[in-house]
Each structure stands twice: as C-alpha cells, then as structure tokens.
Design a protein around this ligand. Structure first.
Ligand code: GDP
Ligand code: MN
Length: 399
C-alpha cells in the first residue's frame, strides 16, 4: 500500500531524517493552521495524492505569504489532479501539505527498493534528482548508482562510501549523506517496506533535507507492523468501492483494465487464468481469488461484486474443485443473480468436487447466458469469443 507524502515524512522524521516543517490541511477549517508568518522563507503547497509527477501537473505550488498559501491550499483541496501516473480523470485531492519552503542548492535522488534481480533491497542514488528522474533512469541509467543492502549486515558506511564519493560532495556532506542513508535502511528494514523514495533529497545550506517522500509497505507483513496497519486502515479511502467490498469479504481482489471479470479459486490459478485470457487476445478486468476454503457467503459476495461491475463484458469462472465444492459455486452464483441480475455472458470452467451436481443446479436455474465447460482452454476461448463478438476486442495483441 502506498502512503501519502505527509505520512511518509512522519515515518522519516521519526527515524531521524530531516524533513521540512509542515502542516496538513484536510478540511477547509484546517486552513486556519496556516497562520500569518507561520514560515519565514515561504510556503510549498502540495496536493496529497498517492502518485508522483505532481510538480509538473500543478499539484505543487510555491508561494511567498501565508495568505497565498491559504488560497492555493483551498483551491487544491477537493480538486481532481491528473498526473502522468494517475491517468485519465485523475484522483481527488483529499488533503494538502503546506511545508516551509527550503532553499535548495542541489537536488539528489535517494531511494531503497526491492531488487528482484538481486533478491534483496538496494539503495538507488543519483546526483540527478528532481522531477526528471524517470527520464534519467531511461536515457542515462548509469547516473543511477545501485548499492545492495545486506539484510544481516544492514547498510554499513563502507558499503556506501564508494558510491557517494562520485557525487562531488565535501567530506562533511558525504558523511552526512552516509549517516542519512544508513538511517533510511533501518527504517526500510524495520518497517517491512517495499519502497522508500526521497526525491528530491535536497542539499540546502543547512544540510540534507527530504523535500518529497514516497513509501509503500508490504501488506503481507501487517500482522507484525501495528503502525503500518493503522495507516492501512486510515488509507482505505484510497481503495475503490469494489476493493473495499472485497476487503470486507476477505477475498483477494485487484482490478485491472480489461473487460472479462474472473472468479477463480487459488492465486496461481487466477494468474494463469489472466494469462490465458491475454493469450487469447482479450484482457481480464480483475484478479479475484476466493481461495480454496471460501464459504458460500464469500463466494456469493464475490459474484455480486463482479455482477455489479459495469465495465465487464463477460465473466469467466475458473474453479478447480480440490477443496472448493463446485455445487457451492453454482448455488452462490444463483443467489447472487437474485440480488444483482447477471447481465453479461458467463462461462464457467468447473472441475472437481461435486461438478455434476453443480452442472444440474445451473441447468435447472436457467440463468440468462451461462455455459459450463470442463476444459479450461475451451472455456477461455469461448469467453474471449463472446467478448470479441460483442465488439469488445480492445486491440490487445496478447503479448
Ligand atoms: P512531485 O513532482 O510529485 O515529485 O513533487 P515534489 O515534492 O518532488 O516537488 C516537485 C518540485 O518542486 C521539486 O523537485 C522541487 O524542485 C520543487 N520544490 C518542492 N519543494 C520545494 C522547496 O521547499 N523549495 C524549493 N526551492 N523547491 C521546492
Ligand atoms: Mn518528488
């Protein structure tokens, strides 16, 4: 889960990383927190959305007076912000961070990410920080220095010194940056983070300062991360309507951008199902894993969730009944259809426990447009043909 900048900065500050002074505005009443003369050097008014590229999209405003900051914050609050990372209609700005303006000598980039290639976290460090970092990563990747972090040894000064020596810093500045990076590694490892990014990490006349921060943490570690857990709960506003519903149901649901809704038991099978759909030239609308041990209410809820999704052109159910019973799936579908009418074709591949009962239950129920197959390949081809037939092929070549 991604955090907002102000939440990320709280975590950094608690771990000893310098961040600018700031106030958070969540309601029009909070505007009063931006008192006249609050900050001397000026104000940076920043839309809080869990996406990057705000500066280029008008989501970061630098102003001189508190009055201007109040005007800017008021305008941003509740507005829609579209950045290159949000796409389309953008996201609603639910809060605004008003920070003390720093005087920046130079912008660096410092992040810790999980390197899949190395199978361990790495620092990413660059003297070309700021708003063009993505371009730097593409056109001049050697400007991004990678320093692996050993999970047992943690980040030691001598691991970092060679990388930092090429940045052209004074010895004092280099030592300060090494100390900062080491604190960052402690935060990263101790809080089970996926990504921790400071961009820019500004060199100011008073030393290094984290001007912007992004954090995303590993939701699988929530059981041992009470602080992350409370942030996850407070950030549920970020989730879409269907994701919230899925979370309540206790099923794993991730929407993606295609048009074939999927209901599958087992994460691996769900991934394979999505791949097969793509291989047949269509795109799945979601990952939905009800798991092997889901009860009838959960499966029914999962069906209702799909039936209510207006962007679907068809639904593919793929159940390999090892623990799950196929008749339970059939009954849950019929119950769900009573509450949210099935309005698109549904193709089910049912195999395993009680598959014959399931077939006769579905045959008797006479739902609008339901087909049952035992073979996955056939089911996928069939559902993809239905979508293509409805003019739904969206040009995806299935790579
Ligand atoms: P992003 O565009 O979403 O990454 O938002 P950032 O918080 O990184 O801000 C974008 C840019 O605004 C930074 O790269 C800085 O150049 C500028 N900026 C942000 N805060 C300050 C500040 O306190 N002082 C100065 N001089 N520039 C700032
Ligand atoms: Mn930034």
């Amino acid at each position: 889960m991604n955090l907002f900048e102000y939440q990320a900065k709280d975590i950094l500050a608690a771990g000893g990383i310098p961040v600018p002074r700031s106030v958070v505005v969540k309601t029009p009443r909070d505007l009063a927190k931006i008192k006249d003369g609050l900050f001397r050097s000026g104000y940076v008014v920043k839309a809080q959305v869990a996406a990057g590229g705000r500066g280029k999209a008008g989501g970061v405003k630098l102003v001189k007076t508190a009055k201007e900051a109040r005007v800017a914050a008021k305008a941003l609050l509740g507005s829609m912000l579209t950045t290159h990372q949000t796409g389309g209609a953008g996201v609603k700005v639910e809060s605004v961070l008003v920070a003390e303006k720093a005087s920046i000598v130079k912008e660096y980039y410092l992040a810790i990410v999980l390197s899949r290639k190395r199978g361990q976290p790495v620092f990413l460090l660059s003297a070309s920080g700021g708003m063009e970092i993505e371009e730097v990563a593409e056109t001049n990747p050697s400007a991004l220095i990678e320093v692996p972090i050993d999970p047992w040894l943690k980040a030691q000064s001598h691991h970092l010194r060679p990388a930092i020596s090429v940045l052209g810093l004074t010895p004092d500045q280099a030592n300060e940056l090494i100390a900062l990076a080491r604190k960052l590694a402690v935060i990263y490892l101790s809080r089970d983070l996926f990504m921790l990014e400071i961009n820019p990490l500004a060199l100011t006349p008073k030393g290094f300062l984290a001007i912007d921060a992004k954090i995303s943490f590993d939701e699988n570690a929530l059981f041992r991360q009470a602080d992350n857990n409370s942030l996850a709960v407070s950030n549920e506003v970020l989730l879409g309507r269907l994701e919230k519903k899925a979370k309540k149901l206790g099923v794993a649901y991730v929407p993606v951008d295609g048009s074939i809704g999927c209901l599958v038991n087992g994460a691996g099978l769900a991934m394979a199902t999505m791949d097969l759909i793509a291989g047949h030239g269509q795109r799945p609308a979601n990952f939905l894993d009800v798991g092997g041990g889901a009860n009838r209410d959960q499966v029914q809820g999962a069906f209702e969730l799909l039936l209510a999704d207006k962007k679907l052109k068809a639904i593919l159910v793929n159940i390999f009944g090892g623990i799950m019973r196929c008749d339970l799936i059939a009954e849950a579908l019929i119950e769900a259809d009573k509450r949210v009418k099935l309005s698109v074709p549904l193709v089910a591949r049912l195999l395993g426990n009680n598959v014959d009962q399931a077939r006769s239950i579905l045959a008797q129920a006479k739902l609008a447009d339901v087909e049952v197959h035992g073979d996955l390949e056939t089911a996928v081809r069939c559902v993809c043909a239905k979508v293509a037939g409805s003019g739904g092929a969206d040009g995806y070549s299935g790579r």
